[in-house]
Design a protein. Structure first.
Length: 130
């Protein structure tokens, strides 16, 4: 009987905690980057090969190699590419990297034809350093 009385007093003295009340929900922070899509989608005055390379670049490469130089998400996925990149590395090295890929970049040898890779390089040769 004494044990029942102690249990009853203990149950009244210690209120039951609601596990749902203790749960805290964190809301992730949303970071938005404003892109001028008209600038991205406006085709520059290019030759037929350069224009085809531009289209391929926008479709396949721009997600990581942002043509506007704006920070990508996640940051620094790929370096900015331009005519200086092609000049410094050489066209054959750039072609090889596009075909085979790297640790962080997929290879495109089974997706893009050698002609299409040449068109992307032709487009990169039109992109100024700035």
């Amino acid at each position: 009987m004494y044990a029942l009385l102690v249990f009853a007093l203990f149950a009244v003295a210690v209120p039951a905690q609601d596990p749902l009340r203790e749960t805290r929900v964190s809301t992730p922070e949303v970071v938005r980057t404003e892109y001028d899509m008209r600038e991205v989608l406006t085709p520059p005055s290019l030759s037929a090969d350069e224009l085809a390379g531009w289209k391929l670049f926008v479709q396949r490469c721009a997600i990581c190699h942002d043509p506007l130089g704006q920070p990508s998400y996640p940051a620094s996925l790929g370096p900015l590419l331009n005519q200086a990149t092609v000049r410094e590395m050489g066209e054959e090295t750039v072609r090889e990297v596009i075909m085979v890929g790297s640790v962080t970049m997929p290879g495109w040898q089974y997706t893009l034809s050698p002609e299409q890779i040449g068109q992307v390089i032709a487009y990169l040769n039109t992109m100024p350093r700035d």
